[in-house]
Design a protein around this ligand. Structure first.
Ligand SMILES: C[S@@+](CC[C@H](N)C(=O)[O-])C[C@H]1O[C@@H](n2cnc3c(N)ncnc32)[C@H](O)[C@@H]1O
Length: 229
């Protein structure tokens, strides 16, 4: 299985398959044990959705929204959608030095990066340690030297958001938290960047409050924004 094929062919959706089904299959082939980790998290913590958690005695995951209890296939963006957004950026002939995923879960973005931007660095930040450890275990098993996933709460006061050519955000938390991170993205960068956004909260913020991010591509799944400096 060659996920490093520069055309990203492995991540293209085969006809007749649904994106989530295809992504779950690839997760397995790449060596992820996502269901096992998510089942353990479910046993330990209360599910994020109140209606699903009636009568549960467990505590919520502390301090932040970790989406525990969400179907693991919904928790993450399908590979084919990541491929299509990153291919769009690649077609702009924009120099991509790095890619940062804010709330990366199991860090699927890194695998698509390996194909399209093998020289670029990937950093994913993830607040659930068991997810971060599983992602890093799989990266290590593939000797992915340009990709890493860090155990980090991006909302901590002393967190230093790195500059990056591309940021990836899929509604990791409440709107006010996403807004805080969007402000930081603007603040820390001094060269033009792309932002790949997924999820209603993030998209609403970008439409109504963060108009310095220019929409350059919208699809039903992922939207791409450009921020000039
Ligand atoms: C909806 S998932 C998106 C995963 C990935 N970006 C993707 O699109 O495939 C959001 C992830 O953000 C993580 N998260 C939530 N709050 C966070 C925080 N404050 N710092 C870091 N990660 C966070 C959650 O645990 C979850 O794994």
């Amino acid at each position: 299985m060659n996920y490093r094929d520069p055309s990203g062919s492995l991540f293209r959706l085969p006809s007749g398959m649904r994106p989530r089904q295809h992504a779950a299959l690839l997760d397995k082939k790449l060596g992820f044990r996502i269901k096992r980790v998510e089942n353990k998290l479910n046993q330990k913590y209360r599910q994020y959705d109140l209606s699903m958690s009636c009568g549960q005695q467990k505590d919520y995951f502390p301090d932040t929204e970790a989406w525990i209890g969400l179907d693991p296939d919904i928790l993450q963006t399908p590979y084919c959608d990541i491929l299509s957004a990153l291919s769009f950026v690649k077609a702009q002939e924009f120099v991509v030095k790095n890619i940062v995923d804010i709330g990366a879960a199991y860090g699927r973005v890194a695998f698509v990066k390996e194909a399209l931007f093998p020289e670029a660095q990937f950093i994913g930040f993830e607040v659930v340690k068991k997810r971060q450890q599983e992602a890093q275990r799989v990266y290590d098993s593939h000797q992915m030297e340009t990709s890493k996933i860090l155990y980090q709460d991006v909302l901590e006061a002393d967190f230093e958001l790195p500059k990056s050519s591309i940021y990836f955000i899929y509604d990791f938390s409440e709107s006010s938290d996403v807004s805080y991170i969007l402000e930081k993205i603007i603040e820390v960068n001094d060269e033009s960047i792309f932002l790949i956004a997924h999820g209603d909260r993030t998209l609403r913020l970008l439409e109504y409050q963060f108009q310095s991010f220019i929409p350059v591509r919208a699809t039903s799944q992922l939207s791409v924004f450009y921020h000039p400096y």
